[in-house]
Design a protein. Structure first.
Length: 546
């Protein structure tokens, strides 16, 4: 039940609206403005130039092609994994659930480092084991592999929430009426999961098209928009053309986000009645169960192979040439990376509580309060998830390099970027949790004379504590592993570990890059474990991105 806003709530809404306007809307508007005013006056010249050059047009279609391939394959893998682990009785389900989520808490280009070490020109598999020296992993094929492995957990998270909400009563009824398990899957389970699969596909598509780190290292001659926008903006210092390419990148991702959020996600065919349901039955035949176990084992082997490769790369002297053990990469990484490690922990650690709290406040306003412009506030607050990091990074450079917002080169600009970039994670977790809490609990507090601030801090926030810590966990992970927007904002005073790993990978210091990736993974997993203990086994938010 929605309630009208009191004085304190109105002030809160105004403050949050101003913050979103300054740190989400304004940077995007600056990118649009610069792309349309290359010489200080309105002009479409940059867009005409881009469409007149086949190699620049090609970057757009290359990005779309990559996104479609990755989204399709990742959604298939995510669905099979989610179905196996949530609709079938399998051994070691807890173990497999942890493994399939590993890629989401890793640096975005850790898989790129691994695939170069395994299948590059001096790769362990290609050169050492198979003796192949002419094969190149650089290009579309390599990008599809690393993006699929890195992004299928997004589809998996969405689909676990969908499959977990399908009432067993429907499947049991179909079985009791004589349908075999294959027929029940085709006519009940799969059709009910279609909206979730569409949402998963669109979310992975947005993430793939917006990806910067993997194409930066692995694309080879396969140009994509995110990298070309970065090169035009920073390498050639062509601000208007870089901005125009960033806007071209914005269109498909924003369109996909809007379709997912306001059309597909509303078309849920899952009905939860609240009535007692029958016991869950195993929805597959013995042969299918064996195939699903084999699939999960193969997926686990591949994921672990990539992780083990990074660990091995940290200890081998010169990958592909000299496999003797050494600690020199650790010494070098410690020398060049200590300050970046400190900076990254400070930046991510500082931004995380603000991100989590802001997300909970916005979720509370959206779900519990009634006010003018609520839908606009909700859309604007979620917009930073849909906008590619390249666009946000360029926008922050353009918006905050002059007074009254002179923040370039400071920690503040990076922290603000992390807060408003990761805010949607906390919002979605908070909204999902608040919708499951009876509003009469808060109404009782208000009826007894408590203010909205007191009710939120003393009643609502404790009730949504799991969602709050879930938002904190993933905000910290994203803060530690961010790169696409951060790469524009780091400076000599404040660097980020992902930017350093990217720099070491580009100059092929893969040993040092492996060490730094390993350090980053360890930090993230330790914090993730600690926050996870505070949340508990939180499957409730497995589908919070849905």
């Amino acid at each position: 039940m929605e309630t009208k806003s009191d004085g304190f709530t109105k002030v809160t809404i105004i403050i949050i609206s101003l913050l979103i306007a300054i740190f989400v809307i304004y940077p995007i508007a600056r990118v649009v403005l610069v792309s349309l005013t290359p010489d200080g006056s309105f002009s479409l010249e940059e867009y005409r130039y881009i469409f007149s050059k086949s190699w620049l047009r090609g970057t757009f279609f290359n990005s779309i092609r990559l996104g479609v391939l990755v989204a399709t394959i990742a959604t298939i893998i995510g669905f099979i994994a989610a179905f196996s682990l949530y609709k079938v009785r399998l051994p070691l389900r807890g173990f497999f659930r942890q493994i399939v989520m590993l890629p989401i808490i890793s640096p975005p280009f850790m898989l790129t480092i691994s695939i170069i070490l395994l299948m590059g020109r001096n790769g362990l598999i290609t050169k050492k084991l198979l003796g192949i020296t002419t094969f190149s992993i650089y290009g579309l094929d390599g990008l599809v592999i690393v993006q699929t492995l890195g992004m299928f957990p997004i589809a998996y998270r969405v689909l676990t929430g969908v499959l977990a909400r399908i009432s067993p009563e429907l499947e049991n009824a179909a079985l009791n009426l004589g349908g075999d398990k294959g027929y029940v899957f085709r006519t009940v389970t799969f059709p009910l999961a279609i909206p979730g699969m569409a949402s998963a596909w669109l979310l992975v598509f947005v993430t793939s098209v917006a990806d910067f780190a993997n194409p930066m290292v692995l694309a080879g001659n396969y140009d994509v928009l995110s990298v070309q926008a970065y090169l035009q903006f920073t390498g050639m210092y062509n601000l208007s053309r870089g901005s125009a390419l960033a806007i071209m990148l914005l269109f498909p991702t924003l369109l996909a986000f809007i379709i997912e959020k306001y059309w597909v996600s509303k078309k849920s065919y899952v009905t939860v009645t609240g009535k007692p349901t029958g016991a869950k039955q195993d929805m597959v035949s013995p042969m299918t169960r064996k195939l699903l176990i084999s699939f999960l084992v193969l997926l686990t082997v591949i994921i672990m192979l990539f992780y083990v490769t990074v660990i091995m790369g940290a200890f081998f002297k010169l990958w592909g040439v000299d496999y003797s053990l050494t600690l020199k990469h650790f010494v070098y990484a410690w020398d060049v990376g200590l300050e970046s490690i400190k900076d990254t922990v400070i930046l991510a650690g500082t931004s995380t509580p603000f991100t989590g709290l802001l997300g909970m406040i916005i979720a509370y306003l959206v779900v519990r309060k009634k006010f003018i412009g609520k839908n606009l506030l909700q859309f604007s607050s979620l917009l930073s998830f849909a906008v590619p990091g390249t666009v946000i990074g360029i926008g922050y450079v353009l918006a905050f390099n002059q007074r009254p917002f002179l923040l370039t080169g400071t920690a503040t600009i990076i922290i603000l970027n992390l807060i408003f970039r990761n805010m949607p994670v906390g919002i979605e977790a908070g909204v999902a949790s608040l919708k499951q809490i009876d509003p009469s609990i808060e109404e009782a507090s208000t009826d007894l004379g408590a203010s909205s601030a007191y009710t939120f801090s003393k009643i609502t926030l404790p009730l949504i504590k799991p969602a709050f810590f879930s938002g904190l966990s993933y905000s910290f992970v994203r803060g530690m592993t961010a790169v696409s927007a951060i790469i524009f904002l780091v400076s000599a005073r404040w660097n980020h570990l992902t930017a350093l790993i990217l720099a070491e990978t580009e100059i092929m210091r893969l040993g040092a890059a492996s060490v730094l990736s390993l350090i980053l993974i360890i930090i993230v997993m330790v914090v993730f474990y600690i926050l996870g203990k505070l949340v508990g086994d939180d499957e409730e938010f497995a589908g919070m991105m849905n």
